[in-house]
Design a protein around this ligand. Structure first.
Ligand code: SAM
Length: 280
């Protein structure tokens, strides 16, 4: 990919996340609770422990960065980064509200990290690598800033077919609102195939790499309208621009799609995430 094409895509991604930043900020605490099950294996895979200096990439509105700040303790530090200032502002605000004092915040693309070589003990990234047009470059930067022997752990969504929510949201938005699921470089499951992360770690020059698979089968109450937060995160400001009729049509179609997954009195969802772990 040419440099100008990469810059164009990065700008598109930035605009895309600016549109969603309001919804992510509003739902930050709810999301932090919901996604705890992703944090624990990711943080363990990167070898984060008390006293360590950790870089978190694509921190969004704060996880796993804020949880890691508690774990590394007063002798350690967590540097939270993101391409989009409006997203990272949520991390800073939430860290401040929680009285966290061992964090730093830096707006930066993951492909051009403004840190010295060998300056971190661990790198983490939860659900961010899919949004760069150059994942090899991003991992090359992660490797450069890690000290020898340290680990980087990047968590991504698995394939769309294994994540019921992405399949349903994409289908409903396409059919009811004519929205292309890949618009604005938004393809959260694009690195989800078995082996995809391994190839990128290898290409980025890590000395060892492996993939871990995480699967969950949450059972949720249809009447809780659990898809509404997800729709708000997906559509961002656009949802507010729709008229009531269109919003209602989307909501009805989402409910109908989930009725098809009812198992007894609950909707049975499938979630698949993968962690790529590389050692410098
Ligand atoms: C799905 S959110 C994940 C946020 C958080 N880590 C979490 O798990 O809740 C993806 C984040 O990636 C950021 N992002 C997208 N492209 C990026 C890039 N090239 N460099 C750094 N951050 C990027 C977005 O701004 C957004 O905050």
């Amino acid at each position: 990919m040419s440099q100008s094409e990469a810059a164009r895509q990065q700008q598109e991604t930035r605009q895309n996340w600016i549109l969603r930043a309001g919804a992510w900020n509003e739902q930050a605490d709810h999301l932090a609770r919901l996604a705890r099950g992703l944090n624990e294996p990711l943080i363990a895979a990167a070898g984060v422990a008390p006293g360590r200096h950790v870089l978190d990439i694509a921190s969004g509105v704060g996880e796993p960065a804020i949880s890691m700040a508690a774990l590394v303790g007063p002798e350690g530090t967590v540097t939270a980064t993101d391409l989009v200032a409006e997203m990272l502002a949520g991390t800073e605000r939430r860290a401040k509200d929680q009285g966290v004092t061992n964090m730093a915040f830096q707006v930066t693309p993951m492909e051009e990290l403004p840190f010295d070589d060998d300056s971190f003990d661990a790198v983490t990234c939860r659900l961010g690598l899919m949004y760069t047009p150059s994942p090899e470059r991003a991992l090359g930067q992660a490797r450069r800033v890690l000290r020898p022997g340290a680990r980087a752990a990047f968590l991504v969504w698995g394939p769309k077919a294994d994540n019921s929510q992405f399949g349903i949201v994409d289908r409903v938005l396409g059919e009811v609102a004519g929205i292309d699921p890949h618009e604005g470089a938004f393809t959260p499951t694009r690195l989800g195939d078995d082996g995809a992360l391994n190839k990128i770690f290898q290409a980025a020059g890590f000395s060892a790499w492996e993939e871990q698979e995480l699967r969950f089968s949450p059972r949720v109450d249809l009447d809780s309208n659990f898809w509404r937060p997800q729709l708000a995160l997906r559509l961002g400001a656009r949802l507010g621009e729709m008229d009531d009729g269109e919003r209602q049509r989307i909501d009805d179609a989402m409910r109908q799609a989930y009725v098809e997954l009812l198992d007894g009195d609950r909707v049975q969802l499938r979630v698949h995430a993968r962690i790529g772990v590389g050692t410098v």
